[in-house]
Design a binder for this molecule. Structure first.
Ligand SMILES: *Cc1c(COP(=O)(O)O)cnc(C)c1O
Length: 389
C-alpha cells in the first residue's frame, strides 16, 4: 500500500500532462511562459481571490509577503508551534522573533484565545500572561503579523483570528500550504479574508506539481504588484531596472503546465478525499483512547493528511506492527517548533506549548490519497485496531 499514490493520479491524466508538456517544449518559453499566467487565472477563478502570484515554493510564498511588509528585527510574528518548519523559518530568517501560540488538540490549528493572550503578553512584556521567548522580555517587540496554519488541510478559525488581528493592527498571512482546495463557510481556503495567503505545490500537497512550486493569493492590488516585483529580483520597469531587493522566486513554466493538467480533476479529487475521510471516520469508531480528526463546523478539509492521536506511549509499537503488514505510516511532526535546536535561544520549555507537545508525541498519519479504496481503508483500520488491542 502507498502512503500517497501519485501514480494512480498520473494514470488518470497522463495524456493531458503529456500534451501540456509538449506544448511547452514546442513554444520553448521555459521562464514565465503563457502557462504561468493561465494558471494564475485558473487559480483566481477557483479560489475567488482577486490576485494569484505563483512562485518557486510554498516557502517563498510565505517569505515574499513578509518581505513586502518589511518584517524584520524587533518585530513579533505569532505562529503555531505545531507546523512544518517553514511557517516559523521565514519570519525568523528576516530577523523577526517568532512568538508561539499553542494549538487546539483536535484541529491542531492556532487557538484564537491564546493568540490574544500572547499579544497582550508581548505588549506588556509579561510572561505570566503567556509564555514568551526570552528576547521579548529583554526588549519591547512590536507585534506585526500572525501566520495561522491550516494544518492537514482544514482552515484555522479566521473570523476570531482576524477580529483579534484587526484590534491589534496585525497583518494576517494564511499558511495554506496543506489546505488548497478546502473551504470555510463556503469560501475557498486562500480567499478567507486574510491580507495574503500562501500555498505550496510540493508533490505531496493536495495540489502538487512535479517539483517545487507555490502561490500567493491576495485581494490587495498594491501587494500583488510588489510580489510580482520581488518574484523577479525586485524588478522595476524591467528586470535590469532593480528598484528593491527580491528573489529568483518564479514558478517554472513546465510546473505551471503540469498544474493546469491537474486542475482538470482537482475538484473531483477534493470530493474523493471527503469520501476516503468519511470511510476512515466510520471505521475508526470506538477504538478506546484514539482521537480521530475533527473537522470544525463550516470547514471542508483538503485532507492533506489523515492524522489520528494514539493513546500515550503506543506509537513506536503501532508503527512497527503496521509496517510488518505492509502499511506505511508517518509522523507529522515529531518535534514541535519551540523544541527545535535552531530555536533554542528563544528559551522556550517543552511544556510551554502542551497541546503541540502532546500531539508531537502521539500523532500518527495514516495512508491517505483520493485513490484509496474502501477495502484498503478497512485494511488500515484493522491493522491499527489489532496493534492497539
Ligand atoms: C509544505 C509546507 C510549507 C512549505 O512548502 P514548500 O513548497 O515545501 O516550500 C510551508 N508550510 C506548511 C504548513 C507546509 O506544510
Amino acid at each position: 500500500m502507498q502512503f500517497i499514490d501519485l501514480a494512480a493520479q498520473q494514470a488518470r491524466i497522463r495524456s493531458s500532462i503529456d500534451a501540456r508538456i509538449k506544448a511547452v517544449l514546442d513554444h520553448g518559453k521555459y521562464i514565465m511562459g503563457p502557462e504561468v499566467a493561465e494558471l494564475e487565472e485558473t487559480l483566481c477563478a477557483f479560489t475567488g481571490s482577486r490576485h494569484c502570484v505563483t512562485c518557486a515554493s510554498g516557502t517563498d510564498a510565505l517569505l515574499m509577503p513578509l518581505m513586502v511588509w518589511n518584517i524584520g528585527q524587533g518585530d513579533a510574528v505569532f505562529v503555531p508551534p505545531f507546523t512544518f518548519f517553514a511557517t516559523v523559518e521565514e519570519p525568523a530568517l528576516l530577523g523577526a522573533t517568532p512568538i508561539f501560540v499553542d494549538v487546539d488538540p483536535v484541529t491542531f490549528n492556532m487557538r484564537p484565545d491564546l493568540l490574544k493572550k500572547a499579544i497582550e503578553a508581548v505588549r506588556s512584556q509579561d510572561n505570566s500572561l503567556y509564555p514568551l521567548p526570552k528576547v521579548a522580555l529583554e526588549r519591547k517587540l512590536t507585534p506585526r503579523a500572525v501566520i495561522p496554519v491550516d494544518l492537514f488541510g482544514q482552515a484555522a478559525e479566521y473570523e476570531a483570528l482576524l477580529a483579534i488581528a484587526r484590534q491589534h493592527d496585525l497583518l494576517v498571512l494564511e499558511d495554506a500550504a496543506q489546505a488548497f482546495g478546502g473551504s470555510r463557510h463556503g469560501k475557498k481556503n486562500c480567499a478567507l479574508g486574510c491580507h495574503a495567503a500562501a500555498t505550496s505545490f510540493f508533490p505531496a500537497k493536495p495540489l502538487g506539481c512535479y517539483g517545487d512550486g507555490g502561490a500567493i493569493f491576495t485581494d490587495d492590488d498594491e501587494l500583488a504588484a510588489l510580489l510580482r516585483s520581488i518574484r523577479v529580483h525586485g524588478k522595476g520597469g524591467d528586470k535590469y531596472d532593480n528598484v528593491r531587493l527580491g528573489l529568483n522566486g518564479r514558478l517554472d513554466t513546465l510546473q505551471a503546465a503540469i498544474l493546469l493538467a491537474k486542475m482538470e480533476i482537482f475538484p473531483a479529487e477534493i470530493d474523493a478525499r471527503q469520501q476516503v475521510a468519511g470511510w476512515y471516520a466510520e471505521q475508526l469508531q470506538n477504538i478506546p483512547g484514539l482521537v480521530i480528526p475533527g473537522v470544525a463546523q463550516g470547514n471542508i478539509s483538503a485532507w492533506a493528511q489523515y492524522c489520528v492521536v494514539l493513546p500515550a506511549g503506543k506509537r513506536a509499537q503501532v508503527m512497527a506492527a503496521m509496517r510488518a503488514k505492509g502499511i506505511p505510516t508517518n509522523i507529522y511532526y515529531p518535534k514541535p517548533q519551540h523544541c527545535l535546536a535552531v530555536f533554542a535561544s528563544l528559551g522556550y520549555a517543552p511544556d510551554d506549548m502542551p497541546a503541540a507537545l502532546h500531539a508531537s508525541q502521539n500523532i500518527l498519519a495514516l495512508p491517505f490519497h483520493p485513490y484509496l479504496e474502501e477495502g484498503q481503508v478497512r485494511q488500515v483500520v484493522t491493522a491499527l485496531r489489532e496493534a492497539l488491542a
